[in-house]
Design a protein around this ligand. Structure first.
Ligand SMILES: O=P(O)(O)OC[C@H]1O[C@H](OP(=O)(O)OP(=O)(O)O)[C@H](O)[C@@H]1O
Ligand code: HPA
Ligand SMILES: [Mg+2]
Length: 183
């Protein structure tokens, strides 16, 4: 729980997100047009809103599975230690896999999860992140598709939390502390 007062400014509107997802779904549809064995894997918890909207735009036969990974706890800094808290329910060996993530920040989470899943020998593994914050990168990782590149701001909404709150906002906003006199 944060004890500092803050407000949330809109960074990316719900309408802009929906329009971008339509385009991303078209690109993903072309990449996977030759397969009927695609498993779309959402990383809990942050991706739950994005994956729900993305799969409904995909005109492909898909299965949906989830993996829970966590590295932030309730703070604003990565622990750099990615914990797998819940494994996939299904097998992915020989399957095509699309990993769906809300945000790539330091890169530790998606780099770790990608390595973890590649060990299971999928036929093809691709990743998509709604947001990318390249200024904060600590490990060299880039998702195959990115919705929006964003500046170095702590964001919330559309599945993304600050101390577990604000995941239910329909837009992406940035946190601005109101007790910080420097801004
Ligand atoms: O690139 P990174 O610096 O690793 O940060 C990105 C990850 O951090 C957040 O997850 P978090 O660990 O907060 O768990 P959550 O998805 O349950 O909110 C976010 O949802 C990404 O998964
Ligand atoms: O900007 C962020 N907001 C919330 N959680 C996060 N995890 C990584 N980056 C962020
Ligand atoms: Mg996450």
């Amino acid at each position: 729980m944060s004890h500092r007062p803050y407000v949330i400014d809109t960074m990316i509107s719900a309408k802009a997100i929906a329009a971008r997802i339509e385009d991303l779904a078209t690109e993903i549809g072309s990449e996977f047009s030759d397969t009927n064995k695609l498993v779309v894997v959402g990383l809990l918890r942050g991706s739950f809103v994005f994956i729900a909207d993305l799969v409904r735009e995909l005109d492909l036969p898909v299965e949906v599975d989830f993996l829970e990974a966590s590295s932030y706890g309730d703070g604003m800094e990565s622990s750099r230690e990615v914990r797998i808290l819940k494994d996939l329910r299904g097998q992915i060996e020989g399957r095509d896999v699309l990993v769906v993530e809300d945000i790539v920040d330091t890169g530790h989470t998606l780099a770790h999860v990608t390595k973890f899943l590649l060990n299971r020998k999928p036929a093809r593994l691709k990743s998509i992140a709604l947001l990318d914050k390249p200024a904060r990168r600590e490990v060299d990782f880039k998702a195959d598709w990115t919705g929006f590149e964003i500046p170095d701001e702590f964001v919330v909404g559309y599945g993304i939390d600050f101390a577990q709150r604000n995941r239910n906002l329909p837009f992406i906003g940035n946190v601005r502390f109101t007790d910080d006199n420097s801004c």
